[in-house]
Write a protein that binds this ligand. Structure first.
Ligand code: ZN
Length: 153
């Protein structure tokens, strides 16, 4: 099911999302819908609060960095290590038509829980690392506009 994406200005985009306590069938369905929505709108990442659900769930598409891995959901993701810094232009499904230069770590290590409830650690670099950082920002209530204004808009 395609879900409507919340647009800049919506309060749900500016709040810290809550930890997921339990992985239920309902949550798995939400994750599937998020992946479908992300692909439909040609995104490479999506955070649950972008579809109005203030929970710490993100979906990412590793194919953006050339990996032959299907898009997947990551629950309660935490950035546990980062290295380097590079600036690049980023867009966001919640801010249509706007592209801003955002500094990000070049390489990251992210810990989280997969859809089967298994703890997983993801090492990423380049665009895939950028997407992970962008989505973790989302669940912390931060949009890309933060980096150009120093404040939320
Ligand atoms: Zn975004």
């Amino acid at each position: 099911m395609i879900l409507p994406v919340r647009i800049v200005g919506d309060p749900v985009l500016y709040q810290r999302a809550s930890e997921v306590e339990e992985i239920t069938d309902e949550l798995r369905e939400l994750a599937r819908n998020m992946i479908e929505t992300m692909i439909r709108f040609e995104g490479i990442g999506l955070a649950a609060n972008q579809i109005g659900i203030p929970l710490r769930i993100i979906t990412v598409d590793p194919r953006c960095s050339g990996f032959n891995t299907d898009p997947f959901a990551l629950i309660n993701p935490v950035l546990i290590d980062q290295e380097g810094e590079e600036e690049a232009e980023e867009g966001c499904l919640s801010i249509p038509g706007v592209y801003l230069i955002v500094p990000r770590a070049e390489r990251v290590k992210v810990k989280g829980i997969d859809i089967d409830g298994k703890e997983t650690v993801i090492r990423a670099e380049g665009l895939f690392a950028r997407v992970l950082q962008h989505e973790i920002d989302h669940i912390n209530g931060r949009l890309i506009t933060y980096y150009s204004n120093g404040k939320e808009v």
